[in-house]
Write a protein that binds this ligand. Structure first.
Ligand SMILES: Cc1cc2nc3c(=O)[nH]c(=O)nc-3n(C[C@H](O)[C@H](O)[C@H](O)COP(=O)(O)OP(=O)(O)OC[C@H]3O[C@@H](n4cnc5c(N)ncnc54)[C@H](O)[C@@H]3O)c2cc1C
Length: 387
């Protein structure tokens, strides 16, 4: 008996919508797609930023672009130009609206909200069977983007952050420059900094960020977030319009494999995030494009690709150093951004680094902690990001 569906997607945030919208626009032979999502509605719950190295399908939705970014420690400040590859901001509400507009107009893809699925897909003959609240469903292919229960220790470093979009009575924000990392005093426990996206002289997203071995929920960052907002607003009164927070995995200790054949796990907790940065939006778009192309032709989908060896090695060493010596974090990033050409760093962070870019980064970083990390061996993160 044929399966009820060609494809079921479980969890429909960035990864699920990115794939769903591509199949909705051009389904090919993947014409019966159901996507099950636990949330009841989409809200503006995050901002995605990335450097624009090439034109992309969300160009028209970009709300802000910046041609400079700054990295600052207590001792030194670096301002770098990214005029030719601007740092750009996509509000999640614009992405969600666009994806749903395309999906709603399609006969091939149906998106069902308020439909949590907590079970497992079972192999029955040549199909997958899911016992959903709507009864049993069978599909040829299942793509699971739900975050798995993660053992905290399995992640090499957590990027925890809590941010607020604020507007001030005064005009304290310099709209020419993104504060990529404004470091707090060096600490032996964690790397701490503020990330600031100035949207107008009066309005900005101010985000307290920590790299550490333990995930830190928003409540644990609240005191630091309050002082960051007060500092940036320069004492002026302010209003909070929106909050966002996240826990992003930076490298996994063990290589995890949840995907098997026509069952594929994808998204941030399944290899979608770049270990060195925790960023995932562009990687998810690449995976969604490739997967849609494969599914249209009746092929078997694949999980996120592993990074090339030089990138994996750089990420692994960087994470090892930050984990062993978080106190070096502020100086390390300031050194990197002051000594290496920003274009090379941007390509490296955007998964487009050449071998020469990698070598230039090595040259810009302090040798001693990295040599220690090399000699500490490979007992550490599987920075491949592949699960
Ligand atoms: C606040 C924030 C800011 C970020 N900023 C950036 C950035 O600037 N640049 C960048 O590259 N990356 C950024 N990221 C990282 C990454 O791009 C996002 O986390 C991205 O949303 C990951 O996509 P995803 O599909 O893996 O997860 P999600 O978008 O979280 O989607 C997972 C979906 O699964 C659903 N779900 C969970 N459990 C179930 C269940 N049992 N049944 C059905 N559905 C379920 C959830 O409701 C959710 O919709 C940010 C992350 C956050 C949280």
């Amino acid at each position: 008996m044929p399966a009820d569906l060609d494809l079921i997607i479980l969890g429909v945030g960035c990864a699920g919508l990115s794939l769903g919208m591509r199949l909705a626009a051009n389904p090919g032979s993947c014409r019966r797609v159901m996507i099950l999502e636990s949330r009841k509605q989409y809200i503006n719950d995050r901002t995605w930023c990335f450097w624009r190295l090439a034109p992309h399908r969300f160009d028209a939705l970009i709300r802000h672009r910046w041609s400079q970014f700054a990295v600052r420690s207590a001792r030194q400040s670096v301002v770098a130009s990214c005029q030719h590859t601007p740092y750009q901001m996509l509000a999640s509400e614009d992405f969600y609206t666009e994806a749903r507009r395309i999906i709603d107009a399609s006969n091939a893809v149906s998106l069902i909200l308020d439909a949590p699925f907590h079970g497992e897909a079972k192999r029955v003959g040549s199909h997958w069977q899911l016992d959903t609240a709507r009864g049993p469903l069978t599909a040829n292919v299942v793509i699971d983007t739900r975050p798995p229960a993660t053992a905290v220790d399995d992640v090499w470093l957590w990027q925890s952050f809590s941010g607020q979009e604020v507007s001030c009575d005064a005009a304290p924000f310099d709209t020419s420059t993104v504060q990529l990392m404004d470091f707090a005093a060096a600490s032996h426990d964690e790397v701490r900094f503020t990330y600031l996206l100035p949207m107008s002289p009066e309005r900005a997203l101010v985000e307290t960020t920590v790299f550490g071995t333990q995930p830190r929920h928003a409540a644990a960052l609240a005191a630091r977030q309050l002082s960051a907002v007060e500092k940036y607003c320069g004492g002026a009164s302010y209003e909070v319009h929106r909050t966002e927070s996240g826990l992003l995995p930076m490298g996994w200790r063990t290589r995890r494999t949840a995907s098997k054949g026509s069952f594929v796990s994808a998204g941030i907790m399944h290899g979608g995030a770049r270990p060195a940065s925790g960023y995932a939006f562009e990687r998810i778009q690449r995976w969604a494009s490739e997967t849609a192309h494969t599914l249209r032709r009746g092929g078997a989908p694949k999980p996120h690709r592993s990074d090339p060896l030089p990138t994996r090695t750089m990420d692994r060493l960087l994470l090892q150093v930050l984990r062993a010596r978080p106190d070096l974090g502020p100086q390390l990033f300031v050194d990197l951004f002051s000594r290496a050409d920003p274009g090379r760093i941007i390509r490296f962070l955007s998964d487009k680094g050449t071998l020469v870019d990698h070598l230039a980064m090595i040259n810009a970083l302090p040798a001693r902690p990295f040599l220690r990390a090399v000699f500490a061996g490979r007992t550490h993160p599987s920075a491949s990001g592949t699960t």
